[in-house]
Design a binder for this molecule. Structure first.
Ligand code: ATP
Length: 350
């Protein structure tokens, strides 16, 4: 039984369709990310779930109750925006208590909620400060504390980490995920950052053109993408068009390669992750090629090899510089299990 069910949600702005045919079932306590490029409809979807935008079509059901027509404050959801939306003339405590005041709690209960929320985001002792007296990361924590203080059933996060620098963002991913687990709070995160979605989510809904292209665990989407968009959007991949020859072989250019094909004939698209390819000296077998470029990225080498299938990108985390040079003749090897093959029709979905 899903806790939050989104059924056939759509949003039109005049003639423009921003979201269409959006279905998602979120379980209680689950962390789900809406991941996709700018303009794919993530924020519009989140705003409809929060109640800030009326859907053109569809229903939102929370714990068995249709909440589509409820006002935002009646939905029991905490929202954290990209801009944090803190009131600059209010202290941290006043910012957090703002959402509680409408709930008519006693002073004692309110004080406890504020202090608990501040402790949760590790901001004890900073309640009397104004937002301008805080760092970006601390402001973001206040916004999270404010959303959590109302003890929401669902936490909605709209790119809350995007204003932080890369290192702080990584720390917040870990911290935010720990808080979410500790509270067991059902959470939906909107992001265009793949790493953010992969590190934090139980499941990711990859969005494209206002629809979900694929929804699954991060690992399943990475290893078994179900359409071209998900394959290319999540991580890097080598993509080839070819023809299935059997359930075990595909032909790309003039070469027949071992690969698990979903069909025994017809056009297919073949995907191979850069880190699944091994580079051997020429003459030791494998697909022959010539190293065109070598890039050192600290934690890995990125190698571009020219082959009969076209240019192939390879990432080698453990390679030593001396082992490879531009212009080297090499052989490329991989396991057929690491090749993903979709029919042309599957690939063009989503
Ligand atoms: P981003 O990551 O850039 O925030 P997004 O995936 O969240 O992108 P949305 O903000 O949901 O995208 O917007 C989806 C599409 O709907 C965009 O093309 C946007 O221009 C359009 N759109 C959003 N709000 C409105 C509006 N009020 N009127 C008209 N078009 C809108």
């Amino acid at each position: 039984m899903s806790f939050l069910r989104i059924e056939g949600l759509a949003k039109r702005f005049g003639d423009f369709v921003a979201v269409k045919d959006f279905h998602l079932d979120v379980h209680r306590g689950e962390f789900v990310s809406l991941l996709g490029p700018s303009g794919c409809g993530k924020t519009t979807t989140l705003q409809m779930i929060a109640g800030f935008l009326d859907p053109s079509q569809g229903r939102i059901v929370l714990d068995g109750k249709d909440i589509t027509q409820l006002r935002p404050e009646q939905r029991g959801m905490g929202v954290v925006f990209q801009s944090y939306a803190l009131f600059p003339h209010m202290t941290v405590e006043q910012n957090i208590s703002f959402g509680l005041e409408m709930r008519k709690l006693s002073r004692d209960v309110m004080q406890k909620r504020i202090q608990d929320a501040l402790a949760l985001v590790r901001l004890h002792g900073l309640g009397a400060r104004y937002p301008r007296e805080l760092s970006g990361g601390q402001r973001q924590r206040v916004a999270i504390a404010r959303a959590l203080a109302i003890q929401p059933e669902v936490l909605l996060l709209d790119e809350p980490m995007s204003n932080l620098d890369a290192k702080l963002r990584q720390e917040m991913h870990v911290e935010m995920r720990a808080i979410q687990r500790q509270l067991g709070i059902t959470t939906i995160l909107v992001t265009h950052d793949q790493v953010e979605a992969m590190t934090m989510s139980d499941r990711i809904a990859v969005m494209h053109n206002g629809q979900i292209a694929q929804v699954d665990t991060p690992q399943n989407i990475y290893d078994k993408p179900s359409c071209d968009f998900a394959s290319v959007f999540l991580g890097k991949t080598n993509r080839f068009e070819g023809q299935a020859q059997s359930r075990e072989t595909v032909k790309i250019a003039d070469m027949v390669l071992g690969a698990p094909s979903p069909v025994d004939s017809g056009p297919v698209v073949v995907y191979l992750r850069p880190e699944r390819i091994a580079v051997a000296p020429a003459g030791e077998g494998g697909l022959p090629g010539t190293i065109k470029t070598l890039l050192f990225l600290g934690s890995q080498w990125v190698v571009n090899v020219s082959t009969a299938l076209g240019d192939i990108h390879i990432s080698l985390p453990n390679a030593r510089r001396a082992a490879l040079h531009e212009g080297d003749e090499v052989g490329l090897n991989w396991s057929p299990d690491d090749v993903r093959v979709l029919t042309q029709q599957e690939a063009s979905r989503g």
